[in-house]
Write a protein that binds this ligand. Structure first.
Ligand code: AMP
Ligand code: MG
Length: 401
């Protein structure tokens, strides 16, 4: 049985980002840059005023002598007038600095004489004051987005500031979610005795969306039947880059994922990982003519599906989407444990809990079927086998959604 680290390394060596494609910036939010982009326009692009006020020579503001206002300039205009000593030019935020001026005095800091068309400075300004200097934020040639970096609103804006309309991101993977089980009924239908509603379908689709998948996700459900499973997987592997299966990967007589893969000649690259919950997780890879298809068999218990998705599917998916190595793991935060915990098992146990104000509190029942307690959690605590943690222990929680 592989350790989590071995399983994850195996998966991450198997998956590679899809080829880049150029998309309009407005379609790139939450994607990852497929290549680095460098600035070709400095920010600011020219010296300009940070305030509504008067462009002046700073030395002229140190006396109470009135300064003659010889013109005005607004954002988008280039002043044709050069500032002479003891004069001022009315200026508005974002307007290029007129030649000869080295500072801007805020309009609140002058008294104006509209008849004489002059101002008197109430407060002196220093050279450079209220001036946004060319290139002080960003220089030409500086890297503005690195390969693998997530594109948030501000990064899209900085790309737009360069005059760019498009950015290269990795092509989006084609993904199928496949739930299995004769006992499962789609929500919305009557519930016969002994059956339960399919909740993993929506959960896995939502987790894919949370991880940044924007492409259509196809949703399927299979009965516990070998022929049906073989036929479905044969078809689905032709058309998808990722297939996320839930259930049917254990050793029961109704578990058909492994036999179906065997019948298709697709060996599991690994099956079973030393982790709780989620031990029977399976990973396989097959190639069609064009590109590989990765299959993740997640155990059907909702918490097992959830935890193994976070541990194994999410990093693989993020890598395919073009995320850099630093973004693949779950974010970690320091926390204090609010109650004593012991892991009596021989596998690392991912405890579901609630992290708030630097405290981690386990949420309810910690068994792999306990969907409600999972739904109250926003973090995991990974406990080593046999680990004993007292109340108040300093731990690291892994943030999950
Ligand atoms: P399996 O991994 O197929 O043996 O399923 C393990 C447990 O998870 C069983 O109790 C199933 O009823 C339950 N289960 C499997 N798939 C789902 C699903 N899609 N939604 C809710 N529960 C499920
Ligand atoms: Mg089943």
């Amino acid at each position: 049985m592989l350790t989590e680290q071995e399983a994850l390394e195996h998966i991450l060596t198997s998956v590679t980002p899809l080829p880049p494609r150029s998309v309009p910036l407005r379609e790139a939010l939450q994607s990852y840059a497929a290549r680095a982009v460098h600035a070709n326009i400095p920010l600011p692009g020219f010296d300009n005023s940070a305030m509504d006020g008067y462009a002046v020579r700073a030395e002229d503001t140190r006396t109470a002598e009135p300064l003659r206002v010889i013109g005005a300039t607004a954002a988008g205009e280039i002043s044709s007038i050069t500032l002479e000593p003891h004069t001022a030019i009315r200026i508005f935020t974002g307007a290029p600095m007129p030649p000869g001026a080295d500072a801007v005095i805020m309009q609140e800091d002058v008294s104006t004489d509209t008849e004489k068309k002059s101002i008197v400075c109430k407060e002196p300004v220093e050279p450079g004051e209220n001036v946004r200097v060319l290139g002080c934020d960003l220089c030409v040639g500086q890297r503005i987005v690195d390969k693998g970096e997530p594109l948030n609103a501000a990064r899209l804006a900085v790309l737009a500031s360069q005059g760019l309309t498009h950015i290269d991101i990795s092509e989006v993977p084609r993904i199928a979610v496949v739930t299995t089980g004769d006992e499962l009924i789609p929500p919305g239908e009557p519930l016969p005795p002994g059956k339960l509603y399919n909740s993993n379908g929506i959960m896995l689709e939502a987790m894919l969306r949370s991880a940044g998948v924007t492409s259509p996700i196809t949703i399927h459900h299979l009965r516990d039947n070998l022929e049906e499973t073989v036929a479905a997987l044969r078809q689905l592997t032709q058309r998808h880059d990722f297939i996320i299966l839930s259930g049917g990967v254990s050793v029961g007589e109704h578990d058909y994922i492994k036999p179906a893969l065997k019948a298709l000649g697709v060996p599991a690259e690994f099956w079973r990982v030393k982790v709780k919950p989620g031990k029977p997780v399976l990973f396989a890879k097959t190639s069609t003519l064009s590109r590989p298809c990765h299959l993740f068999g997640l155990p059907g218990n909702p918490v097992s599906s959830h935890v193994t998705f976070h541990l194994f599917v999410r990093p693989a998916l993020l890598k395919v989407l073009g995320a850099g190595a630093a973004s693949l793991g779950l974010p970690r935060v320091n926390a204090t444990l609010t109650r004593a915990m012991k892991n009596r098992g021989d596998r690392p146990h991912y405890i579901r809990g609630f992290h708030e104000d630097g405290k981690f509190t386990p949420t309810g029942v910690q068994q792999s079927h306990a969907l409600f307690s999972l739904s109250r959690a926003n973090a995991f605590l990974r406990m080593e086998p046999e680990q004993d943690l007292p109340e108040g222990a300093a731990v690291q929680a892994l943030l999950c959604d």
